[in-house]
Design a protein around this ligand. Structure first.
Ligand SMILES: Cc1ncc(COP(=O)(O)O)c(C=O)c1O
Length: 392
């Protein structure tokens, strides 16, 4: 029998985090030098107790939790996002312009399905978020790499030069995964202007917005005239309230695009996870202070990375970006980063992801870089990480 496969999915690379997990399979880590896992950008702890208690109550007492709900999400949660976003960004988003999705990755997939057909193009700054690239590959949509270079900030003119008649969108991630950099408000504004002028969409994935070091609005895009014709914002409840396993995200876009996205969302999941949505709403309404503390802790960890880095800099390492959950660093070795990352598992008990997972195949910048997802290690863990990296 001949098995049939879709060539687009065959050409898509396998899930990078799973590949990295295989590197530690069967490896013994001595008790006095346990594995330091800085590979995944996900909280490892469960949601705070009060949220779990609220969730238990939903399970027991709110029967709707167990049923299908509206395709575009719980109206109360959509309204809460609209209202909190309007305070944070100074806009006038309405509930109908917000949808809840089964995680932010699904929001990206839904949005792309409303924008692109096979053969179309989406511009992604490199290093890119690998699931964005993977989703485009599966749909035979070209991910056009926009190189960023030192500092990891994309250049608007360079992006303009990449736009063709097939370009449907530019997709940015700020604060950035994997680069950690927070895109300045003016830069996002300039990208918005470019996209608006050229009649393409600007997708801004703000999964890490709750951990931005800035206290004022990270951009003014929701206050721009006709923002909804250009801007699409994506968000995740995974990091803020530690709800990764419950799969809740959000997207903000025009009502016209929402009607198209609804077709995708209905077909793929019918509705977002009902318990997760209730948990997200409860979190938004009750965990502001707790979330503020989480943000302070992440910012302290980021500062610890900066404080320790000179030791590595003395050995030829460079830091390209540091923020949100990530530091993106350049190593001094004459060795490809994917091989170095595997050697680090064995030599120093550290698992991180190589830059090769975040750039197009053959892009030499990936060979030199590593992503350190530091959100799950405390100050002491960060000190140990650096001690070990110094011995490489
Ligand atoms: C930039 C970015 N977007 C989306 C996601 C996925 O979020 P979710 O768990 O809500 O699907 C991640 C998770 O790492 C991410 O880094």
């Amino acid at each position: 029998m001949i098995m049939q496969f879709n060539p687009n999915i065959m050409a898509t690379f396998p899930p990078p985090v799973m590949e990295a997990r295989r590197w530690i399979e069967g490896v013994e880590f001595p008790a006095d030098r346990p594995l330091i896992n800085v590979s995944q950008a996900a909280p490892v702890d469960p949601p705070p107790t009060a949220l779990r208690e609220a969730m238990a109550q939903f399970v027991l007492e709110d029967d709707e939790t167990h049923l299908y709900g509206p395709v575009l999400g719980l109206p109360d949660l959509r309204a809460e996002v609209a209202s909190q976003w309007n305070v944070a960004y100074g806009g006038d988003i309405v509930e109908a312009e917000v949808a809840i999705t089964s995680g932010c990755n699904q929001a990206f997939a839904a949005i792309i399905s409303t924008l692109c057909a096979a053969g179309d193009e989406v511009i992604l700054p490199t290093p890119w978020y690998f699931n964005h690239k993977m989703w485009l590959d599966m749909g035979a949509i070209t991910a056009t790499p926009l190189e960023t270079g030192d500092g990891l900030l994309p250049d608007v003119k360079a992006a303009a030069a990449l736009i063709t008649s097939k370009t449907r969108a530019i997709a940015l991630v700020s604060p950035n995964n994997p680069g950690g950099v927070e895109y300045p408000s003016e830069l996002l504004g300039a990208f918005f202007d470019l996209c608006q002028t050229r009649g393409i969409a600007l997708i801004v994935d703000e999964t890490y917005r709750d951990f931005d070091s800035r206290t004022d609005a990270p951009h003014d895009l929701f206050t721009r005239p006709d923002w909804e014709q250009t801007l699409i914002q994506l968000y995740s409840f995974s990091k803020a309230y530690r709800l990764t396993g419950h799969r809740v995200g959000a997207m903000v876009t025009s009502m016209a695009r929402m009607a198209e996205a609804e077709k995708f969302l209905d077909t793929v999941a019918i509705c977002p996870n009902q318990l997760g949505q209730r948990a997200a709403l409860w979190g938004m309404q009750n965990l502001e202070e707790w979330l503020g503390e989480q943000r302070s802790e992440i910012l302290a960890r980021r500062a610890a990375i900066d404080a320790h880095f000179p030791k590595l800099a003395a050995k030829g390492w460079k830091i390209q970006g540091n923020g949100a959950y990530f530091a993106y660093v350049t190593h001094p070795f004459d060795e490809r980063s994917d091989l170095l990352a595997q050697r680090m598992v064995h030599d120093i008990g550290v698992l991180c992801l190589p830059g090769t997972m975040f750039v197009p195949e053959g892009d030499p910048s990936g060979d030199k870089s590593l992503r350190i997802a530091f959100a799950n290690i405390d100050a002491q863990g960060i000190a140990q990480l650096f001690e070990r990296m110094e011995t490489l």
